[in-house]
Design a protein around this ligand. Structure first.
Ligand code: FES
Length: 80
């Protein structure tokens, strides 16, 4: 088993979030419900990262799983 996350895609996932709601971002890269956790990390070294929205609107969740600003995209996908 690798301890590097799977690169789901080298681009962020845009998602509509709601103020005050919490979301669990997939950190392992194996979820079928990207960018969110579906429990696929079981048995890996990864656990999902909780994100609580502070406003309603669109955010860009990291899709490459290599962002230094998880769970959001920080542009790292362009250097993979
Ligand atoms: S998608 Fe991972 S840093 Fe942009």
């Amino acid at each position: 088993m690798s301890d590097a996350p799977i690169i789901t895609q080298k681009a962020p996932f845009a998602a509509e979030v709601e103020d005050g709601k919490s979301y669990f971002w997939c950190a392992c890269g194996q979820s079928k419900r990207q960018p969110f956790c579906d429990g696929s990390h079981k048995g890996t070294a990864f656990t999902p990262v909780k994100y609580t929205a502070d406003k309603t609107g669109k955010v860009f969740f990291c899709g490459c799983k290599h962002s230094a600003n998880q769970p959001l995209c920080d542009g790292s996908h362009s250097r993979l």
